[in-house]
Design a protein around this ligand. Structure first.
Ligand code: PEP
Ligand code: MG
Length: 753
């Protein structure tokens, strides 16, 4: 063993070649033209550490390592990685790898650059990707191959990989690593293909194509050609030639951009034959996997390669009879439907924007339509009469920010950017989640009964508000809320110039601390002296990757279950310290209306360590409140132990608590119908936590989306929750609900006397 070619690998070989290697082998064997390559199997790595005698050294380093001691963990990781990367590879192993590479060159008939990827394996785990870092090195020159193979091997010992293995109870020696070496394609044309229609699931293959490398499509900077092939009629039924102002290509292994002249930019990328050939390959992949695929392809020297294939999450038609019946009230044509994410009605001219660079297209009163908004788009979101997105759920960027800006929004329409065209006039109903053609005046106004402004409702249960963008703080405070039950700082951080860790790594901790301080100050001042609970960063890797300096964010199969929340901040401790330093500055200036809240807690140690760091940073726990979010079933089940650590409050993050309790991904439309914050299991956890907290004098609150739903709030008040933090637009309705429920409870009591 040692080296296995793709055509020798099948899915049963996962223990030897890892998931990534096995998948490539599967495709190759089924005659899908993936770029050729080989896998240096996991036994080779073991051979390497045994023959060179570094196995014992590694084991010794890891023996009795306290992975919670971040500094030591990082030093041990560095030492092991250096050892692996600097130990000469025994001659026989080296020869085998070199021979394989030379054979690849012979087969391809020219100089070959390769992609070198690690593919972690573990004896009895189908997916061991967490067990080692999934490093990938692109455009590796064959002369440097051994160096990069060692780098992949050493990625088995990143601090994160070591930490995870210990946390999950896996023995380091049970995990190994294979390395995939695959020819890089320098394509003259490339693109993506949906083997079936991604929205309706019809047998229509959609191919998007650009000149050069596919990165141009991903970047959103060129409009690709679109070809639609009807698989029933067996013919191309639509061709749209896009304007491709530039192409990305490789020169001597480096990626460069080339401007295309007017003529070339309007040229059709694919011939009919090429489209048909792609469709045929797509059909083979679809029938092999048994479901529609989202395929990345490339053409080099006229030959088609498949670079990647993954299942399309096909969108099923949801319209049930009831919904259709309701629509009859409105005579206007419904163009798209989605989730009503921010209430209100907006009529205006559609402006479809592809990215931050196009935001100037959106003028005051336009309807901003995009795939998903980003922090860079906030200025345009402010100008818009309404916002419509293809993607997202009730807690996506577009939903949260538009609610705070008070702009109507419909999210998760799946197809708004395809159906709505620049210049169309549409009416957006942000409550119903509908976009109508034309200016529809008869769309019903909100029917909520206005309570006289002069008679504010006084409730025993406090009504707070959630804030995400500091600029919206004044508006949030004007609701009369009793404070901020959740200040989500992610949106503010995502809007900064670069990734937080880039500031820190580049010695600009002060600049970052100051940015946090400025944003936080706005919110604290707007609410002073009412309390503002600032939540420490809860940054999922997928959202932070787009930032400058975010390239190092690990690629995770399940970012929701990954490197986020307090676990991440304890791993990147300097970051947590930066947050505490910003808060310390505010407290020192007399803004003591601040509370600190930790996200995604699931262990007692997390609270203990965060508290220790907080004290080290000089924050006075006698002056400010300190609490945690209860948003994992673990935290609810060990609430007694968490309370013992000394916390002032807890707040239910029902978005995550529901997701983790029911095993329903909160961002996945396919299972959205199962997402239910009032599921008995979720309510049981909430009830249990409130009871324990009450017995121990710990305040309870809710800041998840469910805190904005009157029917959930009703239950929570009955259970005795101390405060509810709602989205800005829901504060009023929530206050009314609480008022009514509290009066009912009192009346019931009186009647029993
Ligand atoms: C929650 O999980 O309910 C919550 C409020 O946090 P986020 O939505 O930011 O994950
Ligand atoms: Mg959460």
């Amino acid at each position: 063993m040692g080296v296995l070619w793709f055509n020798e690998i099948g899915k049963q070989d996962i223990p030897l070649v890892g998931g990534k290697g096995a998948n490539l082998g599967e495709l190759f064997r089924n005659e899908i033209p993936v770029p050729n390559g080989f896998v240096i199997d996991s036994k080779t790595y073991r051979d390497f550490i045994e023959k060179t005698g570094i196995k014992e050294k590694i084991e010794k380093e890891l023996e009795n390592l306290d992975v919670e001691d971040t500094e030591t963990l990082s030093k041990v990781s560095q030492r092991i990685r250096k050892l692996v990367e600097s130990t000469p590879v025994p001659e026989d192993i080296k020869m085998e790898i070199k021979k394989a590479y030379e054979q690849l060159v012979r087969m391809e008939g020219s100089k070959v650059y390769v992609a070198v990827r690690s593919s972690a394996t573990a004896e009895d785990l189908p997916d061991a990707s967490f067990a080692g870092q999934q490093d990938t090195f692109l455009n590796v020159d064959g002369r440097n191959l051994i160096r990069y193979v060692r780098k992949c091997w050493s990625s088995l010992y990143t601090p994160r990989a070591i930490y995870y293995r210990v946390q999950k109870g896996f023995r380091h020696e049970d995990v190994s690593i294979a390395v995939v070496v695959q020819k890089m394609v320098n394509s003259e044309k490339s693109g993506v293909m949906f083997t079936s229609h991604p929205v309706t699931g019809e047998p229509l293959t959609i191919v998007e194509a650009v000149f050069g490398l596919g990165e141009a499509i991903v970047s959103g900077r060129v409009t690709p050609d679109t070809y639609i092939f009807d698989r029933k009629k067996r013919k191309i039924v639509d061709v749209k030639v896009g304007e491709k102002s530039m192409m990305i290509t490789k020169k001597n292994g480096k990626t460069v951009e080339i401007e295309l002249d007017e003529k070339k930019s309007k040229e059709r990328v694919l011939s009919d034959e090429e489209v048909i050939r792609l469709v045929e390959i797509g059909e083979i992949i679809e029938s092999h996997y048994g479901n529609p695929q989202d395929v990345e392809w490339a053409i080099e020297n006229g030959k088609i390669y498949i670079v990647q294939s993954r299942p399309v999450t096909t969108i099923k038609k949801k319209e049930g009879g009831v919904e259709v019946a309701e629509e009859e009230a409105a005579e206007a044509e419904i163009l798209v439907r989605g989730l009503g994410a921010s209430p209100g009605i907006g009529t205006g001219e559609v402006k479809v924007i592809k990215g931050e660079k196009e935001i100037s297209k959106v003028k005051e009163g336009d309807i901003l339509v995009t795939t998903m908004t980003t922090p860079d788009m906030v200025p345009a979101m402010r100008r818009a009469a309404a916002i419509v997105t293809d993607e997202g759920g009730m807690t996506c960027h577009a939903a949260i920010v538009s609610r705070e800006l008070g702009v109507p929004a419909v999210v998760g329409t799946k197809k708004a950017t395809q159906i709505l065209k620049d210049g169309m006039t549409v009416t957006v109903d942000g409550e119903k989640g509908v976009v109508y053609a034309g200016a529809v005046k008869e769309v019903k106004k909100e029917e909520r009964i206005e309570v006289a402004a002069s008679a504010p409702l006084i409730t025993a249960t406090e009504v707070k508000v959630n804030v995400s963008i500091p600029e919206a703080a004044e508006r949030a405070a004007a609701t009369g809320a009793d404070g901020v039950g959740l200040f989500r700082i992610e949106h503010m951080v995502l809007g900064l110039e670069k990734h937080p860790m880039k500031y820190i790594r580049e010695g600009q901790m002060d600049v970052y601390v100051d940015a946090l301080y400025q944003g936080m100050k706005k919110v604290l001042e707007a609410f002073y002296p009412k309390p503002v609970w600032i939540r420490t960063l809860d940054a999922p890797t997928d959202e932070f990757r787009a930032m400058e300096g975010g390239e190092d964010e690990p690629i995770e199969a399940n970012p929701m279950l990954g490197f986020r929340g307090i676990r991440r901040d304890l791993f990147e401790e300097e970051h947590l310290r930066a947050e505490f330093r910003a808060i310390k500055k505010l407290v020192d200036e007399g803004l003591t209306n601040v509370g600190i809240m930790l996200p995604l807690v699931s262990n007692v140690e997390e609270v203990r360590r965060a508290k220790r760091i907080l004290i080290e940073e000089g924050l006075p726990l006698n002056k400010i409140e300190f609490g945690i979010m209860v948003e994992t079933p673990a935290s609810a089940l060990i609430i007694e132990d968490l309370v013992k650590e000394g916390i002032d409050f807890i707040s239910f993050g029902t978005n995550d608590l529901t997701q983790y309790t029911l095993a329903v991904d909160r961002n996945n439309e396919n299972v959205a119908y199962l997402f239910d914050e009032t599921h008995p299991a979720v309510l049981k956890l909430i009830e249990m936590v409130i009871k324990v907290c009450k017995e121990n004098g710990v305040k309870t609150s809710i800041c998840g989306q469910a805190g904005s739903y009157p029917h959930v709030v009703e239950k929570l008040v009955e259970l005795g929750i101390d405060s509810v933090s709602a989205n800005q637009d829901a504060v009023k309705a929530v206050r009314e609900t609480i008022y009514r429920v509290e009066r009912k409870i009192m009346l019931d009591k009186l009647r029993k006397l």
